[in-house]
Design a protein around this ligand. Structure first.
Ligand SMILES: CC/C=C\CC(=O)SCCNC(=O)CCNC(=O)[C@H](O)C(C)(C)COP(=O)(O)OP(=O)(O)OC[C@H]1O[C@@H](n2cnc3c(N)ncnc32)[C@H](O)[C@@H]1OP(=O)(O)O
Length: 325
């Protein structure tokens, strides 16, 4: 046991030094990169739970950098034998004392200069705004292909994860945000009617990929998915619960504690039987993508490059920009 603990702590140490920093606070450990903060909870020697907090201001969009950092963090957790459960959530509380960000990338520069004092600010109430529209607009086909490969990778890693994954949905969760949630084994959403969740791709003039559609069908059933996908429905919590996009809706201040208590129940199940069952339920859906990944990438790159699609995305971005009035 002591050896296992030392090995687990070496994994976290290595993760921390590679990713930037590591801290140990009251037995809790954390490692962080720029866009994902991972904290582990649980007594030393016992099974630990990790909480992956998204912090990609302003809206936790799934940029290429975010996807890369997310997958690296998840892989580290998969390799840490002391971790059996992971909670995905947004680190969406506004913090007055954020680290100044070196604005090196074009998009970050734009956002950083927009924020007061050169600090990036996260907006509360956003789980994830989904795929980063700026990765899909005004770039070249090679970039779209690279981006889509990273999106596929994220989905496959999450969907086939041997860990028990839960999402604590503490904010808006459109499209790619919903993708993150529906790959999980269980979803708990904050009871705030301002927060919505669903696959709204059709409203942007784009189409959810077949594997995400399959994931949606597996979650809410064929008829409900067919209707919700065509209409691009974003469900408020009560409706999301009714249709089955989420499993529970709880008061906002109880999302984290409730997720921990549900996680404890799931972790009481022997890992091997739960994992084999999960694989049995999910493998065919994932294999459908695995056997045609390259074709799916080419299909996405050529679809998103179309003038008409770029025009739709442009209009959607303009609408977002001007909605505040
Ligand atoms: C292809 C199949 C798979 C998946 C497809 C997708 O995931 S496509 C992405 C779908 N996502 C959306 O439709 C969400 C769009 N965003 C929103 O509805 C709102 O931004 C949100 C998340 C509800 C937050 O609203 P809030 O009022 O708090 O912020 P605001 O709208 O002012 O946004 C702040 C700035 O962020 C930019 N932004 C928002 N979403 C995205 C995004 N997905 N990608 C990139 N950038 C995004 C927004 O334009 C604002 O920028 P600014 O320069 O300040 O105008």
């Amino acid at each position: 046991m002591a050896m296992a603990l030392r090995a687990a702590s070496r994994v976290l140490l290595r993760a921390g030094s590679r990713l930037g920093r590591r801290e140990a606070v009251d037995g809790a450990r954390r490692f962080a990169n720029k866009r994902v903060l991972v904290e582990t909870e649980g007594a030393a020697g016992a099974t630990r739970i990790a909480v992956m907090k998204f912090r990609n201001p302003p809206v936790n969009s799934l940029s290429l950098d975010f996807l890369t950092e997310f997958v690296i963090s998840l892989e580290k957790l998969e390799n840490d034998k002391s971790i059996r459960g992971v909670i995905l959530t947004s680190d969406s509380l506004k913090r007055g004392n954020q680290t100044k960000v070196a604005a090196t990338e074009k998009t970050e520069e734009k956002r950083a200069t927009r924020d007061h004092g050169g600090r990036l600010q996260e907006r509360p109430g956003i789980f994830s705004a989904g795929l980063d529209l700026l990765e899909m607009y005004g770039r070249n086909p090679a970039h779209y292909a690279e981006y889509w490969k990273a999106v596929q990778e994220l989905w496959l890693r999450l969907y086939l994860s041997s860990l028990t994954l839960m999402s604590a949905i503490n904010g808006a969760s459109p499209a790619g945000g919903c993708l993150l949630a529906i790959t999980c084994d269980y979803r708990i959403m904050a009871d705030n009617p301002k927060y919505t969740i669903g696959l709204n791709e059709s409203l942007l003039g784009i189409v959810a990929p077949f594997w995400l559609k399959d994931n949606y069908v597996n979650t809410i059933g064929h008829r409900a998915a067919e209707r919700a996908l065509q209409l691009g429905t974003l469900f408020p919590p009560a409706e999301a619960l009714k249709v089955g996009v989420v499993d529970e809706v709880v008061p906002e201040d109880q999302v984290h504690s409730k997720t921990l208590s549900v996680m404890a129940k799931w972790l009481a199940i022997p890992d091997h039987s739960r994992q084999l069952t999960k694989t049995m339920m999910r493998k065919a859906t994932a294999d459908n993508l695995i056997k045609q990944r390259e074709a799916d990438i080419q299909n996405f790159a050529s679809f998103i490059s179309r003038d008409s699609i770029q025009k739709s995305l442009h209009m959607y971005l303009e609408k977002l920009k001007h909605k505040k009035g």
